[in-house]
Design a protein around this ligand. Structure first.
Ligand SMILES: NC(=O)c1ccc[n+]([C@@H]2O[C@H](COP(=O)([O-])OP(=O)(O)OC[C@H]3O[C@@H](n4cnc5c(N)ncnc54)[C@H](O)[C@@H]3O)[C@@H](O)[C@H]2O)c1
Length: 260
């Protein structure tokens, strides 16, 4: 097993990509602390996983919550060796319709949340002398569509956190690697909410699928597979890296008006 007995903390683990990562990490032998703000779904999922997996409430924008979650992990599982920031929100709006509240919500979860998560995780990882942090970014951080002014900016902030923390940990000799995974449209409740609100959900899914050269949207398990690689010792010489799991979308010119 690729993560045998490693302690992993996953944010946003109650749904979608975070859930996919939790299931794969558990199958690969990790002791997983699932965290989220959706406590009912988080507890339910933990019950479905091996007994070495647990759930704790963690709002990624709260340093107090981070301290509590890391303390719980250290007391019950051991110091955290792998941390995955998958918590996310997305409320599409262009520059004319976006408001301050939406802007702050995106920035709090993706920007502030990833920064606090790295800060908290590094303290724990230093105790075991190694670690891997994976931030779930997006293709929107690199090539945002017009409807993602706040989301794209918040994911770009997350990317800056990934790179600066990777450099810091390298310079300090901490043996902690920090990388990001950039999905394109992936079948999760986040994307389902866009489909459900469309006049013609089937037509909209076809548009999403057509944006990827592979001709379909991703499954959460396909994003989880990339995260597993970066979390494992197989990626021991990779840090500050942006891994695109995007069906090839970033390899082609961006048609006006489309966004993942
Ligand atoms: N689904 C996609 O197409 C797609 C594409 C690119 C990137 N992403 C990114 O992948 C990550 C996971 O997205 P998903 O599609 O699985 O979405 P999702 O909505 O299924 O899951 C997101 C989870 O984050 C949790 N969450 C929200 N705010 C939180 C907070 N403040 N603290 C802790 N948890 C919080 C939610 O409760 C939910 O369980 C997000 O960061 C998202 O931006 C998704």
């Amino acid at each position: 097993m690729r993560l045998n007995n490693k302690v992993a903390l996953i944010t946003g683990a109650a749904s979608g990509i975070g859930e996919g990562i939790a299931r794969l990490f558990a199958a690969e032998g990790a002791r997983v602390l699932l965290t989220d703000i959706n406590d009912d779904a988080g507890h339910q999922l933990a019950k479905d996983l091996p007994a070495s997996c647990h759930y704790q409430h963690l709002d990624v924008s709260s340093m107090a919550d981070w301290r509590d979650a890391i303390a719980w992990a250290e007391a019950h599982l051991g110091p955290v060796e792998i941390m995955v920031n998958s918590a996310g929100v997305s409320f599409p709006a262009d520059i004319e319709t976006v408001d301050e509240s939406s802007w702050h919500r995106h920035m709090n979860v993706h920007g502030l949340g990833s920064m606090l998560g790295c800060k908290a995780a590094i303290e724990s990882m230093k105790k075991v002398g190694k670690g891997a942090i994976i931030n779930i970014s997006s293709v929107e951080s690199i090539r945002p569509g017009p409807l993602f002014v706040a989301y794209g900016a918040a994911k770009a902030a997350m990317d800056a956190v990934t790179k600066t923390v990777a450099l810091h940990c390298g310079e300090k000799g901490y043996n902690i690697r920090v990388n990001s995974v950039h999905p394109a449209a992936t079948r999760t409740p986040m994307v389902q909410q866009y489909l459900d609100s469309a006049a013609d959900p089937v037509a909209l899914e076809k548009i999403y699928a057509g944006m990827q050269p592979l001709g379909r949207i991703a499954e959460a398990s396909e994003i989880a597979a990339a995260v597993l690689f970066l979390a494992s010792d197989e990626a021991s010489f990779m840090t500050g890296h942006q891994m695109y799991v995007d069906g090839g979308v970033l390899a082609k010119p961006y048609p006006a008006g489309e966004g993942a």
